[in-house]
Design a binder for this molecule. Structure first.
Ligand SMILES: NC(=O)c1ccc[n+]([C@@H]2O[C@H](COP(=O)([O-])OP(=O)(O)OC[C@H]3O[C@@H](n4cnc5c(N)ncnc54)[C@H](OP(=O)(O)O)[C@@H]3O)[C@@H](O)[C@H]2O)c1
Length: 372
């Protein structure tokens, strides 16, 4: 009998703890994988500090984590796309409201993945590189392709140019690099923002013009650059990204819709333990003020805004559109690359808390990865 081990959160706001976990079994539309690489995301650490408002539904003990790559060791009765031994990457959905299952959290040696949120990996792709994709890709796809968001054409290997332009604010984030590649693969021109050190990288991913988001004249510069273009909308990623996107789209032709990945206030300074409520309460108040202020600004500019939840594609046609119809062939043909670049920062589940802390201190065009 094989043993499973997990990095648990035993109760609400408690620290991570390594311990034994049940060996998962694959239900009809699931696979079980032996985890080889895990990438960490801001969301993974925010569950301990802002879970009261972000994931109040989550049952404990919980196993979190979304980005995983490994080998299939079991397939459910209705799975036809995978067999035992396949190398795959997948979106571990345990913290999604519709799943809420510890067996589907990425931070463990054996993880349950939904068949339609899993993709085969090309031979040449390493587990480390593959693990950078799932949440960044899913969040970008939820914003770009869901019908109640930007509703862009589906990505494909033969997309016809649409003549429309997408604004990606925060193009060098994990979400942003996937948004750029997906939009280009769907036939859209992409204008993005990043620090100048990442301009060339974003051009290689397909963005045509890139602006420094720290420039004081960026809103005026982007409005001038976008004059005469038909907009497909915007995806706003990173602190303070929604406001300039509203101001820019308010002066543009086309779809005035901003899909927002980042809330108007940061929860990074809220501790899980001592002082939790003292920091959380003013942060929630700031969130309400920030949200109201953005809503008023959007209304003045005749722009629609909507927050993204990066796992909603699980429950609609966008999940299979990405992980089945598009990504496997696009990766195999080199038409989609794993981005941002992976930086392996440790081995073993006990390396994850330090990786999350390093992520909190900030990265540039890099995804932190732990191997198992
Ligand atoms: N709503 C959801 O479901 C969801 C899901 C995933 C992520 N998110 C959110 O999306 C954001 C990005 O997450 P991620 O994991 O993709 O980030 P990440 O890869 O860790 O982002 C790192 C990048 O952020 C850029 N950056 C820093 N400050 C910025 C700012 N003020 N505006 C624009 N870009 C900035 C930096 O760009 P330069 O180095 O070029 O300066 C850096 O390359 C976070 O706020 C995260 O919480 C939301």
């Amino acid at each position: 009998m094989t043993d499973n081990t997990a990095l648990w959160i035993l109760s609400k706001r408690s620290p991570f703890a390594i311990g034994p976990a049940p060996m998962p079994e694959a239900q009809a539309h699931e696979v079980v994988i032996r985890t080889r690489s895990i990438a960490v995301n801001p969301f993974d650490r925010l569950i301990q500090t802002a879970g009261d408002i972000m994931t109040p539904f989550l049952t404990y003990p919980a196993i979190v984590g979304t980005d995983v790559a490994g080998e299939v060791i079991a397939v459910g009765a209705d799975v036809t796309r995978f067999k035992i031994g396949d190398r795959v990457l997948g979106f571990a959905a345990g913290t999604d409201k519709t799943r809420n299952r510890a067996s589907e959290g990425a931070f463990q040696a054996y993880v349950v993945l939904l068949d339609h949120m899993t993709s085969p990996m090309p031979e040449a792709l390493s587990f480390e590189d593959a693990a950078v994709l799932p949440l960044g890709l899913s969040t970008a796809a939820s914003a770009l392709f869901q019908r109640d968001y930007l509703a862009l054409n589906a990505p494909s290997l033969e997309a016809a140019p649409t003549g429309k332009t997408l604004l990606v604010w925060g193009g060098s984030t994990s979400v942003g690099m996937n948004a750029i590649q997906l939009a280009v693969a769907a036939g859209y021109d992409v204008v993005a923002t990043a620090s100048p050190r990442n301009f060339d990288l974003l051009k290689r991913l397909g963005a045509t013009e890139i602006f420094d988001y720290r420039s004081l004249s960026i809103v005026a510069d982007m409005i001038a650059a976008l004059r005469g273009r038909q907009m497909a909308g915007a995806i706003a990623i990173g602190a303070g990204s929604a406001r300039p996107c509203i101001d820019i789209l308010g002066q543009c032709e086309g779809n005035r819709f901003v899909a927002m990945a980042t809330p108007p206030v940061s929860f990074d300074e809220v501790p899980a333990g001592r002082g939790h409520w003292r920091k959380l309460v003013p942060t929630i108040a700031g969130m309400m003020v920030g949200t109201t202020s953005l809503a008023l600004r959007a209304r003045r500019n005749k722009v629609t805004t909507k927050m993204i939840w990066g796992s909603t594609l699980i429950a609609n046609e966008v999940g299979p559109m990405i992980f089945d119809a598009f990504l496997p062939a696009a990766l195999a043909e080199g038409r989609y690359v794993t981005a941002p670049k992976a930086e392996v920062v440790g081995h073993g589940l006990d390396a994850i808390p330090a990786a999350l802390e390093q992520q909190r201190r900030g990265v540039s065009a890099t995804k932190l990865v732990v191997t198992l």
